[in-house]
Design a protein around this ligand. Structure first.
Ligand SMILES: Nc1ncnc2c1ncn2[C@@H]1O[C@H](COP(=O)(O)OP(=O)(O)OP(=O)(O)O)[C@@H](O)[C@H]1O
Ligand SMILES: CC(C)(CO)[C@@H](O)C(=O)[O-]
Ligand code: BAL
Length: 285
């Protein structure tokens, strides 16, 4: 596996991979890899002839006072993990390679980016859409893989690909991979490394409270009371605050007051300084 920091070199190496009609999958990440990321790499390996992974802690998607500087960076360890997964190229540019002096363009996707993480993190999805569009143009992959842990992000990226008529990858080739969880149900996340041992144990209350709320919501009726209970349970379990707990349509992301058969529960909650997100279908898929 070759690690590349210059766009010029990336374009040449991707062109080499494409020789004799071979397909290329892109898996964008911010590094500090865990089994959730490695599952994306495996899905990509199964679907394409070659996998290009990217590691870029994108400054434009972090708000003021967020954890841009503290975000874990461990390129050496990550590159060993990617190599072991059979990844062909690692695209790991520095910020000035992605946003050179004079950079002035922003992509903003309305609708699906509103509320949930978009509400709590103003400008976040502009930063995500902008960098993902650039990554797509840099690698021109046949397909790209994203985790359903960031369900709203996936919706934003698909909307962007549809609206901008992207062909590499085409919107149908933007593939969502189900959430990979720890044994106690907590969704794997690079930010879990911020948790102390006590907070890590308390964090398991999040998926459990979500499953309990879902069991009630799936029986029909309004979502207000189960979501109220979920907030209370999280506070009693050691969470400091709940940024949002909402039921939305899984595709349109419209907010729902009652189950519509295609509903999904979305929660973001804070424990210590760490913000954890999760989402689950109300009805088994
Ligand atoms: N537990 C998981 N299961 C499936 N996909 C995941 C999981 N965690 C992350 N991903 C996916 O991996 C890709 C890269 O994510 P990223 O590098 O931000 O990792 P992360 O663990 O989500 O980090 P963060 O702590 O910033 O949320 C995204 O498409 C994300 O949805
Ligand atoms: C898609 C992404 C790599 C864009 O920076 C990031 O938002 C992430 O890791 O989910
Ligand atoms: N996985 C989402 C990236 C972020 O939180 O900025």
């Amino acid at each position: 596996m070759q690690t590349i920091g210059k766009l010029e070199v990336l374009r040449k190496r991707v062109a080499d991979l494409r020789e004799s009609g071979k397909t290329v999958a892109l898996v964008p990440t911010m590094g500090a890899l865990h089994d959730g990321h490695l599952t994306l790499m495996r899905r990509a390996r199964e679907a394409a002839d070659h996998v290009v992974a990217s590691i870029f802690v994108n400054p434009r998607q972090f708000g003021e006072g967020e954890d841009l500087d503290a975000y874990p960076r461990q390129l050496q360890r990550d590159s060993e993990l990617l190599e072991a997964e059979g990844v062909a190229l690692l695209w790991a540019p520095q910020p000035d390679e992605v946003y050179p002096t004079g950079y002035a363009t922003n992509i903003s996707v309305a609708g699906v980016s509103e509320g949930l993480c978009g509400g709590d993190r103003p400008g976040h999805f502009d930063g995500v859409a902008t960098v993902v569009c650039k990554l797509f143009n840099q690698v021109l992959p046949d397909m790209a893989f994203f985790g359903e842990k960031d369900w709203q992000q996936l919706a934003v990226i698909r909307r962007m690909a549809r609206d901008l008529d992207l062909t590499r990858p085409h919107v149908e080739a933007i593939i969502g991979v189900p959430i990979v969880r720890e044994d106690d149900g907590l969704a794997m996340s690079s930010r879990n490394s911020y948790l102390s041992a006590e907070q890590r144990a308390q964090a398991a209350a999040l998926p459990k409270a979500m499953r309990d709320a879902i069991a009630v919501i799936a029986q029909g009726g309004a979502v207000g009371r189960p979501l109220g209970n979920l907030r209370e349970v999280l506070q009693v379990s050691g969470f400091d605050s709940v940024d949002y707990a909402e039921v939305r349509d899984a595709d349109s992301l419209e907010r729902l007051e009652a189950d519509n058969g295609n509903a999904r529960l979305f929660v973001a909650a804070r424990i210590g300084g760490t913000r954890l997100i999760d989402n689950m279908a109300i009805h088994a898929q």
